[in-house]
Design a protein. Structure first.
Length: 119
């Protein structure tokens, strides 16, 4: 989080006085030292490769189960991911639609539509 007012180096001499010093330190540690990558599950989920690996895993599982209609549906997010790779950058803000689709992708493959339950 570079805002021109880094505590150690400020080329434009900005003075910051945060109201919540501990919260400001927390945000700086979170963004500069990448402390969130030390949390095992969270670091996996926010990784840019997680949606791609999820799609590949679900495609493989659907192919193994011979669910060819579901494979066709999974090609849409896979194609979107491919267009992201053609761009100059990869960031969570560009891949956010795929992050939103991940629960639906997993549900598409692992929820059996032939199994009917009475509610």
């Amino acid at each position: 989080m570079y805002d021109g007012a880094h505590a150690k180096f400020s080329p434009i001499k900005i003075q910051r006085k945060p109201l919540l010093k501990s919260y400001d330190n927390y945000l700086r540690n979170f963004s500069e030292k990448l402390s969130f990558q030390k949390i095992p599950v969270y670091s996996l989920v926010v990784n840019e490769a997680f949606p791609f690996l999820s799609i590949i895993f679900c495609l493989g599982y659907a192919f193994y189960q011979r669910q060819y209609k579901k494979i066709a549906l999974l090609m849409l997010p896979f194609g979107f991911w491919g267009t992201l790779l053609l761009g100059p950058v990869i960031a969570v803000r560009y891949a956010f639609p795929i992050y939103v689709c991940i629960p639906f992708i997993w549900g598409l493959v692992f929820i059996d539509e032939n199994k009917k339950e009475k509610i």
